[in-house]
Design a protein around this ligand. Structure first.
Ligand code: 23J
Ligand code: MN
Length: 262
C-alpha cells in the first residue's frame, strides 16, 4: 500500500467527485471582446485565426492554425511588468514569475447584487472588511476574485458597455486596491470584466488604480473570468499559469479552480 498523502487524497476526491474542477475561462475566438482604449493610444488586436492545413494539399493528415492576438485578449493574466509601476521588479514577466504563484487559494467576494443595480459599482475597503467579518481574514498570497456576474452578459456590446463617456463596468476602488496589496499582501486581483480596473478607471486618481497599485506592489491580475458564481467564498484553489512568453506582459490562459463539494 502506498502512503496516503495530501496529493493521493486529492486524486481520490477528484475521482469520487468530492472535489470538482471548474473552468473559469471564456471561450477564445474572433468574437472575444477586447478592451478599447481612447483613440490617442495604440489598440490591442483581438484574435484572428488562419488555417495552415486541414487534411488537404497543405497537409494531408493534419489540421492546425496560426493565431494572432494581443497578450491581453479574453481570459488573461496581467504580469507586474504590464504597468510602468511594476517595470523594475525582478521576475516580473510571464517567463520569470515563480511558478509557485500560479497556484493559490481564492477569496471570492460576491458583488453581483450591487453590480445588478449599479453597473459602475466600486468594491471598497469597507466592503472587503465586511466580507472578512463573515468569512475570515484574507490570507497573504491569496487571489481575491470579484464576482459581479458580468460574464453573463452576452455579446461584445453588452460586455464592453461603451457609452459617450467611455466604458461602464464595475471594479475596485483605489483605496481597496491599496488595502489588498499592502495590508493583505494578496497574490492578485481577478475580475469578470475585460480588465481588472473599472470601466471609468482611466479618470480615477491614480488612473487605472488596479493596474497602477497591484502591479506597483508586484501583484498579478486576472481578467475576463467566467463561472465565479460556482465558487465558494473561501476554500477553492485557483490554477492560473500564463504562457511562458519571453518578456511577456501577460497572456491568455486556461484558469481552473478546484472546488470542494458542499
Ligand atoms: C492597457 C491599458 C489600460 C488597461 C489595460 C491595458 C487592461 O485592462 C489590460 O488588459 O491589462 S485597463
Ligand atoms: Mn490585461
Amino acid at each position: 500500500m502506498s502512503k496516503v498523502t495530501v496529493l493521493s487524497l486529492l486524486v481520490e476526491e477528484l475521482k469520487n467527485g468530492r472535489i470538482r474542477v471548474v473552468d473559469l475561462t471564456q471561450p477564445l475566438g474572433p468574437d472575444t471582446p477586447v478592451i478599447g482604449l481612447p483613440p490617442i493610444f495604440a489598440q490591442s488586436p483581438g484574435l484572428s485565426m488562419e488555417v495552415i492545413s486541414k487534411y488537404d494539399d497543405k497537409g494531408p493528415a493534419w489540421y492546425w492554425n496560426t493565431i494572432t492576438l494581443g497578450e491581453h485578449t479574453g481570459t488573461h493574466f496581467d504580469a507586474p511588468v504590464h504597468w510602468i509601476t511594476g517595470k523594475d521588479f525582478a521576475s516580473n514577466t510571464t517567463d520569470t514569475i515563480p511558478v509557485r504563484q500560479f497556484v493559490g487559494a481564492a477569496c471570492v467576494i460576491d458583488c453581483s447584487k450591487e453590480t445588478a443595480v449599479h453597473e459602475n459599482f466600486l468594491l471598497t475597503r469597507e466592503h472587503v472588511q465586511a466580507w472578512e467579518g463573515e468569512h475570515g481574514r484574507i490570507q497573504p498570497g491569496s487571489w481575491v476574485l470579484m464576482r459581479t456576474d458580468w460574464s453573463k452578459r452576452r455579446g461584445q456590446e453588452a460586455f464592453l458597455n461603451i457609452k459617450e463617456d467611455g466604458p461602464h463596468s464595475p471594479g475596485p476602488h483605489p483605496d481597496c486596491v491599496r488595502f489588498l496589496a499592502q495590508e493583505r499582501d494578496v497574490l492578485g486581483f481577478g475580475v469578470e470584466t475585460v480588465g481588472t480596473d473599472a470601466g471609468q478607471a482611466g479618470g480615477f486618481d491614480p488612473p487605472f488604480p488596479c493596474h497602477n497599485i497591484m502591479h506597483g506592489n508586484g501583484k498579478l491580475g486576472l481578467a475576463s473570468l467566467n463561472n465565479l458564481d460556482q465558487l465558494p467564498a473561501t476554500g477553492a484553489v485557483v490554477i492560473a499559469a500564463p504562457l511562458k512568453i519571453v518578456n511577456g506582459s501577460g497572456s491568455p490562459l486556461r484558469v481552473l479552480a478546484l472546488v470542494p463539494e458542499a
